[in-house]
Write a protein that binds this ligand. Structure first.
Ligand code: SF4
Length: 287
């Protein structure tokens, strides 16, 4: 059986940098708080927690004083920085530069164009979206599906942005749908702020999935880009399986396969895909 671990799968630069920052801090202090999961992968979170990382919720942050807290790649709204300042909390900021740039862009338009409505194509409640909406004093309109367009006043100017991990095609469709409804289409400005680290993986993943008999897609269950990329694999190869750890692998999954491709999300560590490959080899040798 030929086994190939996809070279292009695994952490994006934003996640690599956040994890490096956490590991660097944990070398000089015994523990470090992290606001929310540092990455949507419970095995990687566990690995870092064993080194001293303590994952906390927003509610838990409210009661902390004079500690150090890492902000993950998704970014945070201004209210988090204000709270940290009030409570003497030192911030280790691992916001991805791509997200930071988007936050600044939204803020600039919010401050300079008071008549415009800021619309964000993104997932309700997603941490990155919370950080983006926070740039507008929570006035931005979040649209996840086109049936939510009634929230927009089409007689006023619209500035449309996207959460960095959304689908490029869906963003285009949404822009077109808004454009058709605008009273004056010239008053719609769209900013394609989708990160190509995710978007560019789609054609590659399609090709990778179609050249193997079976695909083992490794990802945490909470990862939204994991779900999206798995769907790309499944559309290209019906024998695609979503697994979160090597133990999820069953012999029946790869029965009669002569080539197996192992790939994953931007939140999947390479070591985890390698572990799946090792387990697969061990199972194949037992036959
Ligand atoms: S997907 Fe892109 S924007 Fe998001 S953390 Fe990774 S590099 Fe940054």
């Amino acid at each position: 059986m030929k086994i190939e671990v996809d070279k292009e799968s695994g952490f994006c630069p934003g996640v690599v940098s956040a994890i490096r920052k956490a590991e660097g801090e944990l070398q000089v202090r015994p523990s470090l708080y992290c606001l929310g999961d540092i990455v949507h992968n419970s095995q990687e979170v566990k690995r870092l927690e064993e080194q001293g990382l303590v994952t906390i919720s927003r509610e838990e942050l409210q009661s902390l004083h004079d500690v150090t807290v890492l902000l993950r790649a998704h970014g945070e709204p201004p209210s988090t920085y204000e709270l940290a300042e009030r409570q003497g909390i030192e911030i280790v900021d691992a916001t991805c530069p791509v997200v930071l740039q988007l936050q600044r862009k939204i803020r600039r338009i919010y401050e300079n164009e008071p008549s415009a409505q800021i619309v964000i194509f993104g997932k309700h409640g997603h941490a990155e979206v919370v950080g983006l909406v926070g740039q507008t004093e929570n006035s931005a309109i979040v649209v996840e599906h086109d049936d939510e367009l009634s929230k927009i006043d089409f007689a006023r100017p619209v500035r449309l942005f996207s959460q960095t991990t959304m689908s490029v095609d869906e963003f285009r469709d949404l822009s077109a749908a808004i454009g058709r409804k605008m009273k004056n289409p010239d008053e719609l400005q769209t900013f394609d702020t989708i990160c190509r680290q995710v978007a560019n993986r789609i054609p590659h993943m399609r090709e990778f999935a179609s050249r193997h008999d079976v695909i083992l897609f490794v990802s945490g269950k909470k990862s939204s880009n994991g779900k999206a990329l798995f769907e790309v694999c499944r559309a290209a190869n019906a024998r695609s399986y979503f697994i979160s750890q090597p133990e999820d692998l069953g012999v029946e999954m790869t029965a009669d396969a002569t080539s197996v491709g192992i790939c994953g999300a931007t939140s999947t560590p390479r070591w985890q895909m390698e572990q799946v490959a090792e387990r697969l080899k061990a199972l194949a040798n037992k036959k």
